[in-house]
Ligand binder design. Structure first.
Ligand code: FAD
Length: 387
């Protein structure tokens, strides 16, 4: 067993620190407060070749794997720079296109997406189905000429208004009419400027540069060339893209948690209110040390999950555990850090409380921790399904 990473992987992990010399947490936060996409930083990431980390070289990418994507995103998060669009676009959308797209789709989308010229969002959540994906009702009806008519609505779609395409999870057969409940799903690459699409922003209280949208599809015309994978068999592709999302959710939380702890340690070593720095008090040290331990454990599990993914081995248990552990560790790290800062932790100047909404969000999205525990209970422990 070897826990070392290669020189190239170290460089990828260290990229965030390099990028932060130009585009730092303050830059990210300024955009997050204004809900404005950090375009200049995104273009720099594209120019440095990281959007296409998991895309084969033949289509403009770097031809690397999930491990490198994880190191890249965790390295950014270590600097307090979490970019959801890198999870949703560069991983959950470009990854499946590279894996399951036709030659024409790969040529059409990937080189431009790697260059930062095309952006993708990922649309699965629906207001009436929520966590119960099986019950989604956005329907792509087959037409006589072999085309499809897409109607339905999606909610909380990150970056939809700023993206060019959405990878839309739809049903081509309603859930009431399928033999197996996972049948009848089809993934579509939908041009967001197409006729019949309307969207409205959902104001959320988490400072994020990406905006969330409700998206309405009304008789949107789609062709067979817009189908990703096979008609009616989209659930497998969907399932494959959920583990990377969980692994990266874990990486982002671990990184943001480390960032919070680093700030706390620097502050606690300087701040004196009685005799000596507050960092000498065990009451402050222990929560920080515990949080750091939890973060490193979660980070290790995320790396294991990424490694398994790259070997083509099942990684559901590890990806779920990594996300669960990291979301809790991230919250604990920010909380411990906040306590060290006293009143200053709540100011915009010190920016510690600002870290909380994002880490807390990851206990609910992209999937709530209860569903993660359900998965572990059922698939790891072998307990009966509870829902
Ligand atoms: C900022 C943000 C960005 C998002 N981005 C995207 C995106 O880009 N694309 C997209 O498709 N979606 C996105 N989402 C949606 C997100 O994935 C869902 O909000 C999340 O999966 C929870 O679904 P829900 O909100 O419908 O909660 P519900 O399904 O209504 O569940 C509510 C609560 O009930 C509990 N619960 C539900 N089912 C069970 C169960 N079986 N057992 C135990 N407890 C249960 C959980 O505690 C859960 O939090 C985003 C959400 C947010 C807030």
């Amino acid at each position: 067993m070897n826990f070392d990473i290669s020189e190239e992987q170290k460089m990828i992990y260290g990229y965030g620190a390099e990028l932060a010399k130009t585009y730092d947490r303050a830059y990210w936060m300024e955009h997050a407060r204004a809900h404005r996409f950090p375009e200049a930083m995104y273009q720099q990431i594209a120019a440095d070749g990281f959007l296409g980390t998991m895309v084969p070289e033949a289509y403009g990418g770097s031809g690397l794997g999930m491990t490198e994507m994880l190191l890249f995103q965790e390295g950014l998060a270590n600097q307090g720079i979490p970019l959801l669009s890198l999870v949703i676009g560069a991983t959950m959308s470009m990854g499946p296109i590279a894996e399951h797209g036709t030659e024409q789709q790969k040529q059409r989308f990937l080189p431009a997406a790697c260059k930062g010229e095309l952006r993708f969002c990922f649309a699965i959540t629906e207001p009436d189905a929520g966590t119960n994906t099986i019950r989604i009702s956005t329907l792509a009806k087959s037409k006589a000429d072999g085309r499809f008519s897409l109607s339905g609505r999606k909610t909380y779609i990150t970056d939809a208004g700023e993206s060019d395409y959405a990878l839309v999870v739809a049903r081509t057969t309603a859930h009431t009419e399928v033999k197996r409940k996972t049948d009848g799903f089809t993934l579509f690459l939908v041009d967001l400027r197409a006729k019949g699409i309307e969207m409205h922003p959902i104001p959320v209280s988490v400072p994020l540069p990406e905006i969330q949208y409700q998206v309405f599809f009304d008789d949107v015309d789609l062709g067979p060339e817009d189908v990703l994978g096979e008609v009616g068999k989209g659930f497998n592709i969907l399932f494959e893209s959920l583990n990377p999302e969980r692994i990266l959710g874990g990486a982002i939380c671990s990184g943001v948690g480390r960032y919070a702890l680093e700030k706390a340690v620097a502050y606690a070593c300087e701040r004196v209110v009685f005799n000596g720095p507050i960092g000498a008090y065990q009451a402050l040290q222990h929560p920080l040390a515990k949080a750091r331990t939890e973060i490193e454990l979660a980070s290790l599990m995320a790396r294991k999950a990424a490694w398994l993914f790259d070997q083509g081995l099942p990684c559901g248990a590890e990806a779920n555990m990594a996300k669960l552990a990291a979301s809790q560790a991230g919250v604990n790290a920010v909380d411990a850090s906040l306590q060290c800062f006293g009143g200053n932790g709540f100011t915009q100047e010190y920016g510690i409380f600002d870290l909380y909404p994002l880490v807390r969000l990851t206990k609910t999205a992209p999937v709530n921790n209860e569903m993660i525990l359900n998965y572990i209970a059922e698939h790891v422990l072998g307990l009966p399904r509870s829902y």
